[in-house]
Design a protein around this ligand. Structure first.
Ligand SMILES: O=c1ccn([C@@H]2O[C@H](COP(=O)(O)OP(=O)(O)O[C@H]3O[C@H](CO)[C@@H](O)[C@H](O)[C@H]3O)[C@@H](O)[C@H]2O)c(=O)[nH]1
Length: 443
């Protein structure tokens, strides 16, 4: 009803605008009329996606009943978690360390989680930080598991103003908690990685944790050469897909930015409710969680929360059609689980991912399945489109306790840069051969 009334008002307004030209300022009138018609058109498109909003419910106990039977081997699927970082000045290693600790301490069988960091900055500082993170994880993860705390990112947990003495918790817990709070700082100085140039260095892989007590933890910095495009985050993600394909090759992957920590330790289980569902799971290629952010100031100067709340209905609506694409317009981050088989975890011919007898055309076709698509700085949106155009479904999952939380730009230049990047990415997709309109026309 509201939409119909708005549509009517819009039609009357546009009719008025068109039949009343401003003769002494034709240029201005024409420009504003074109802009208004364009906005009206995009608003109508936006409404179309809202007809069938879906709210989903997960039942974690049933997941456990099906896949974690007593006396039997745990049947939950393994997950490779990918985190990307590039610039230690904008993405402090301490933030990345928190993200990793929250991942390592997730409520999921430890032998089924492997964490990978892609360091596009090839920074010694990040490398050192991850090494110290691995050390601290040996204390932090058992503490989290024993005490069932939330969130499991140490800084965010310790920043909570909870009086544990008041709650009459066990004295041992209070003591252990204090020990965790007084942990030694994990950062050292900002010495650059010796002998390396961020734009020209060999590939680097270091396994920090491996075994049955903690999840695997691997540092990766993909090879960079000045004469080759490395395709920014898409290239970094594909490097991780290839490395993890060789090392752990889990059937699912979780992808996070370095400043997005796990806020709900059961997040992976939430996603598995869909991905491991015998019926729904077969058609689903990823599960996406809503964007949630810390650090938004009281007046929300940079409009960070608008994109969180106003898009909720759009996301639910899209879920009712085929699922959400990664949307750069309002969403900053999302976390998604994809089936590696969709992306084919091990690589091309040399890794046995594609039969040696494949023709060049077949190979090229497979390459499209092989990972994040190149050609746009908003590679996640582009890849989301591609997956949808191949018939995959995606799920929008909103657990009561938000699954992940991230940080937002806290100054105007960063916020403007971010918005510009998303806008450019969308324009790139629109004019590329991957444009959804061309894909729809080809069908
Ligand atoms: O060359 C690069 C550039 C970026 N990144 C990483 O990519 C992530 C996102 O980059 P950022 O510049 O912070 O972009 P945002 O706008 O904050 O990120 C949102 O928008 C991007 C483009 O749509 C998506 O890739 C991200 O997942 C999404 O969170 C960060 O972890 C970076 O460290 C790299 O690994 N290599």
């Amino acid at each position: 009803m509201v939409v119909a009334v708005r549509l009517l008002i819009l039609a009357l307004f546009l009719q008025y605008r068109i039949i009343h030209p401003v003769h002494n300022a034709v240029g201005l009138w024409l420009t504003s009329a074109i802009c208004e018609i364009w906005f009206a058109f995009s608003w109508i498109l936006d409404q179309l996606s809202k007809w069938l909003p879906i709210t989903r419910q997960t039942y974690l106990d049933r997941l456990s009943l099906r896949y974690e039977r007593e006396g039997e081997a745990n049947m939950l699927a393994a997950v490779d978690v990918f985190v990307t970082t590039v610039d230690t000045t904008k993405e402090p290693p301490l933030v990345t360390a928190n993200t990793f600790l929250s991942i390592l301490a997730m409520d999921y069988p430890v032998d089924k989680i492997s964490c990978y960091l892609s360091d596009d900055g090839a920074s010694m500082l990040t490398f050192e930080a991850l090494s110290l993170t691995a050390e601290f994880a040996r204390k932090w993860v058992p503490f989290c598991n024993k005490s069932s705390i939330e969130p499991r990112a140490p800084d965010m947990y310790c920043a909570q103003k909870v009086d544990y003495l008041k709650d009459k918790v066990q004295p041992t817990f209070v003591k252990e908690r204090r020990a965790m709070k007084d942990r030694p700082g994990v950062m050292q100085d900002g010495t650059p990685w010796p002998g390396n140039n961020t734009k020209d260095h060999p590939g680097m892989i270091q396994v920090f944790l491996q075994g049955n007590e903690l999840p695997n933890l691997v540092y990766v910095s993909g090879e960079k050469r000045p004469s080759f495009l490395h395709h920014k985050r898409a290239g970094a993600m594909n490097a991780l897909v290839r490395v993890s394909g060789v090392l752990t090759n889990a059937p699912f992957m979780l992808n996070l930015d370095c400043d997005h920590y796990v806020n709900n330790s059961k997040a992976v289980r939430e996603a598995m409710c869909f991905l491991m569902d015998p019926q729904v799971g077969r058609r689903v290629c990823y599960v996406q969680f809503p964007q949630r952010f810390d650090g938004i100031d009281k007046n929300d100067r940079y409009a960070n929360s608008i994109r969180v709340f106003s898009i909720l209905i759009n996301m639910k609506g899209l879920d009712g059609i085929q699922g959400t694409d990664k949307d750069s317009k309002e969403i900053l981050f999302d976390e998604k689980f994809g089936k590696s088989s969709t992306f084919v975890t091990s690589t091309l011919r040399e890794e046995g991912g594609v039969a040696a007898s494949s023709s060049r055309e077949a190979l090229l076709k497979e390459v499209i399945h092989l990972g994040w698509i190149y050609g746009s700085i908003t590679e996640d949106i582009l890849t989301g489109f591609k997956l949808h155009s191949r018939g995959w479904r995606t799920i929008y999952c909103m657990p009561k306790r938000s699954a992940f939380r991230g940080s937002v730009p806290t100054n105007l230049p960063d916020r403007l840069n971010q918005t510009l990047m998303w806008a450019l990415g969308s324009v790139e997709i629109f004019f590329s051969r991957h444009t959804p309109y061309a894909t729809a026309a080809r069908k």
